[in-house]
Ligand binder design. Sequence first.
Ligand SMILES: [Zn+2]
Ligand SMILES: [Zn+2]
Length: 209
Amino acid sequence: MRYEILNHSALEKRARRTDDPRYIYYVAILESSTFADYMNNIRGKVPVYPSTYNDGREAISPHREFRYVLRSRKWIAEVQPSPGAPTSEAELRSKFEWDIAEARSVSSAKRRSHLATAPKKPERVTVTTTVFRRNAYVVAEVLERAAGRCERCKQLAPFAKRADGEPYLEVHHKILLADDGDDTVENAIALCPNCHRWMHFGIVEDEHH
Ligand SMILES: [Zn+2]
Ligand SMILES: [Zn+2]
């Protein structure tokens, strides 16, 4: 990787040949146009560990971090896990996303040698979880507006719920609550499970700029 790229960020730092992971991340972002490039550019260079955004309020996956940084060209800081503090679920999930990306970037032979010595039963950990107490009226109102159809693909809900026979749709926040979105009818949309997963994990073209 070349390190001499100038930094156009608000921090007005220059990327130089250095082992400081902040520069490596920044240069990797500037030089990458796809997530695969990004993973390739940072592979082996930095401890693969969750980063944060929103002023460190949330740990995020590498994919989301990449999209976020690509869009905003903002710098993001690495999480400094405070010793002794309980692991948050978000942190654990984020770390796992990084681990998967790392595992996918090595050869199959290397993966198999890891697997040969891996314990068959996973370790158990206790984590803390922070959830939002959502407004049920928002959900009810949005479901009524949707009238049994996904508001993205316009198809009928894929099935009726066992509990009450109502069409199965999921109410999603367009600006995520974790991104400081509002829990309002305007910010919510009723989606079929496929569209909902797409909203969270699909490629969003116009998000790049
Ligand atoms: Zn849909
Ligand atoms: Zn959602």
